[in-house]
Design a protein around this ligand. Structure first.
Ligand code: HEM
Length: 498
């Protein structure tokens, strides 16, 4: 009996000890109280974590307050954790600020792994699948044609296309979600995006993450946190208005995801494992789809244009392939197997600039191991997708833009590509995103040639980008690595061709 009491006592005491991973797990020196805070607040975290991997290997640990984080920098280790041992690492770290942003952990992306989360994800996944089967292709085609009109209206003048890409990606999601399409000048759309962008940017800032690691800071005034609260309230008001509008015309838009979700709630009547899904789950799923599905796709399109501006021969090859295979018609998603050059371009941009470079942090929900190192329960796992995609053991000349590596005999393996994560937390919108990337790029490159404005050639910005939760292209930053063999433009001009 006394052994049982002792082990119970030990377990009780253990929870008050800082979590620590296997003592032999390497990592940079961690300082009293602040741990590795300096490493974690680096201005381009994916690049910094990738550089640390050169020193400490493809798996190492960092400390932040009482939390131990393990950074995985190869697709082998990331797959081991996320796919092979998915049931050990499907959790999300529960945090003070994450709770605020996710309406008390009710989003799919930030919700922790439990029965309620599983039922929620299943509900949204099947609503998304149903809606995609019925209308995704048409919705994207319509937006691609609309984007074409917008570009034609510019008549070849120098423009920044990033906003147009955001509107196109956002319209795909809002049409799927509640049958609503916006014009670029719509005030409602601008409000929605500015507040979603603000939330993502503020939540990624160190002023906010410090509140999670150092609870005492919550007692001090923090204007950044006050702004976050304001934006979250604004977001919820906009989404609530949309859902109420939708409900009042319910029958008219049966194809939309929201309709399926609401029907799902009724049917569900929460029979599964006694889980109760309610309107808050529909509300937060809409937030997930809008945040997950807009800036990611738009950022990817921006990166593609940026790379192509400096590699006109790649653009020409894709154009020739499109002309030869399609013989003048517009592409369908089913054409992708006959368009290897276009697919190699898509894969190479996903490799070099995975737009969610550090995925979303995972949490070990039980004691486990990765790469032979023991990983205690509650360790936070950071899948460094950017690092995995630049791993010199897997990719020859990893920092160079070489779409041809994905063509037959080019040596690049799509198996080592992991831009959407994997396992139980695989990106929920992977199939939506893949169809969007393919159709938008094919439509754009069939009808337009992207070239840089002559005046920008003297001072071409580089391809480092700005890394927050989403890795975005940005003009005018310093080159991060001499190995980069191209430079990036910010603003582009488009010329109709053919
Ligand atoms: C999660 C990548 C587009 C919705 C994720 C994750 C990654 C990712 C890496 C984290 C996976 C993990 O935690 O291990 C991307 C990329 C995209 C894209 C590269 C486009 C180029 C989309 C779209 C949608 C979407 C279009 C919505 C229609 C989500 C959601 C999650 C997620 C809801 C959370 C999944 C969960 O926690 O279970 N995405 N995504 N994403 N993505 Fe995407």
């Amino acid at each position: 009996k006394s052994t049982v009491v002792e082990s119970g006592l030990l377990q009780y005491l253990y929870q008050f000890l800082p979590c620590s991973s296997s003592p032999s797990l390497p990592g940079p020196p961690s300082f009293f109280l602040i741990g590795n805070m300096m490493d974690l607040t680096h201005d381009h975290l994916p690049i910094h974590l990738t550089n640390l991997a050169q020193r400490y290997g493809n798996i190492y640990r960092l400390k932040c307050g009482k939390t131990t984080m393990v950074v995985l920098n190869s697709s082998e280790f990331i797959r081991e954790a996320l796919v092979k041992k998915w049931s050990d690492f499907a959790g999300r770290p529960v945090s003070y600020t994450g709770d605020i942003v996710s309406g008390g952990g009710h989003t799919i992306s930030l919700g922790d792994y439990n029965e309620e989360w599983r039922a929620h994800r299943r509900l949204v996944h099947s609503a998304l699948q149903r809606c995609c089967q019925k209308s995704l292709h048409d919705v994207i085609e319509r937006q691609a044609l609309h984007l074409r009109e917008v570009l034609m209206d510019y008549q070849g003048s120098a423009v920044d296309l990033s906003e147009d890409f955001t509107v196109a990606a956002s319209n795909v999601i809002t049409i799927l979600a509640f049958g609503k399409e916006y014009d670029k000048s719509s005030l409602e759309l601008q409000q929605l995006h500015s507040c979603l962008n603000e939330i993502v940017a503020l939540w990624g800032s160190s002023w906010i993450s410090a509140l999670d690691s150092f609870p005492l800071l919550r007692k001090l005034p923090n204007p950044v946190f006050a702004r976050l609260l304001k934006e979250v309230a604004k977001r919820d008001e906009i989404i609530r208005k949309h859902l109420n509008n939708y409900k009042s015309q319910y029958k008219k838009h049966d194809d939309a995801i929201t309709g399926s979700l609401l029907q799902g709630l009724d049917k569900h009547q929460n029979t599964e494992h006694g889980v109760l899904l309610t309107d808050i789950h529909v509300h937060m799923a809409t937030v997930d789809l809008l945040i997950g599905g807009t800036e990611t796709t738009a950022a990817w399109l921006n990166w593609t244009v940026a790379f192509l501006l400096h590699r006109p021969e790649v653009q020409n090859k894709v154009y020739v392939e499109l002309c030869t295979v399609l013989e003048g018609r517009y592409p369908k998603y089913s054409d992708r197997h006959r368009l290897p050059v276009l697919c190699s371009l898509i894969n190479e941009v996903l490799r070099l600039r995975p737009v969610a470079p550090l995925a979303v942090p995972h949490r070990a929900i039980r004691d486990s191991s990765i790469a032979g190192y023991s990983i205690p329960k509650n360790t936070v796992i950071i899948p460094n997708l950017f690092g995995a995609h630049h791993d010199p053991a897997v990719w020859t000349d990893p920092y160079s833009f070489k779409p041809e590596r994905f063509l037959e005999g080019g040596g690049g393996s799509t198996r080592a590509l992991i831009p959407f994560g994997g396992g139980a937390r695989l990106c929920l919108g992977e199939s939506v995103a893949k169809m969007e990337l393919f159709l938008f790029t094919a439509y754009l490159l069939r009808d337009f040639q992207f070239i840089s404005p002559p005046e920008s050639e003297a001072s071409l910005p580089d391809l480092r980008g700005v890394a927050s939760v989403v890795l975005k292209a940005a003009a005018g930053l310093q080159s991060f690595d001499n190995l980069v063999t191209f430079a990036m433009i910010g603003d582009t001009i488009t010329l109709p061709c053919g």
